[in-house]
Design a protein around this ligand. Structure first.
Ligand code: SF4
Length: 200
């Protein structure tokens, strides 16, 4: 995929951007960049696929609720991740015009991507790219969220037909929507673009 337009748009909105052909190259890069720090992870199939938790854990303190089984441990890691030196997440959609879109249920991931860290990395496979902000939001609502609801075993209408119904189900996983129009003030953000399909 040609990331030229997206890279230019993101740089224009204040982000650093790195581009990799494979997830392995991106994971190796992040493994070098992040060393001796506390690291918080948002829920992400992309991060899971890249094996970043196990890589970084060998030389960092890594907080990821997805790797905890007990409810208390999950809550502990979610809270501690909010103040980690470094925060990693993927996105649900990214517009070629440079806006970044994430939907969340609990809110830990969108919170973690907005404030509180020395550095934030968004790790993004090519399948997350949409031509416009409207298309990126549509992707988040009608592609990423239904797949995540199915993965999590939720009883929501989107699991049946793969489309969002703006449901009022108790199982609804879409409760917050964050759009980053620009890099947050005083932030240090890098967008890691990968020419592979990763996550939802
Ligand atoms: S709002 Fe409900 S129907 Fe729509 S994607 Fe989220 S969980 Fe599914």
């Amino acid at each position: 995929m040609d990331f030229t337009a997206l890279k230019t748009a993101l740089e224009g909105r204040g982000y650093r951007v790195s581009v990799f052909s494979t997830g392995k190259e991106a994971a190796d890069y992040l493994d070098c960049e992040i060393d001796g720090e506390t690291v918080g992870f948002g829920g992400s199939m992309t991060l899971r696929t890249l094996g970043l938790y196990d890589k970084l854990l060998t030389h960092n303190t890594v907080l990821w609720h997805s790797r905890r089984t007990g409810e208390l441990e999950r809550r502990h890691d979610m809270r501690k991740a909010m103040t980690a030196d470094v925060y990693l997440s993927s996105v649900n959609g990214i517009a070629e015009t440079g806006e970044i879109v994430n939907i969340d249920g609990i809110g830990n991931r969108v919170s973690g991507t907005l404030f509180g860290h020395k550095r934030v990395y968004f790790v993004v496979g090519r399948n997350k790219v949409a031509p416009t902000l409207a298309a990126a939001i549509d992707r988040a609502r009608n592609v990423a969220a239904p797949k995540n609801a199915a993965r999590l075993g939720k009883r929501t209408p989107c699991v049946v037909d793969g489309r969002c119904h703006d449901c009022s189900s108790p199982d609804r996983i879409c409760r917050e929507l964050a759009i980053l129009w620009q890099m947050p003030m005083e932030g240090n953000y890098e967008i890691v673009l990968i020419d592979e399909d990763l996550g939802f």
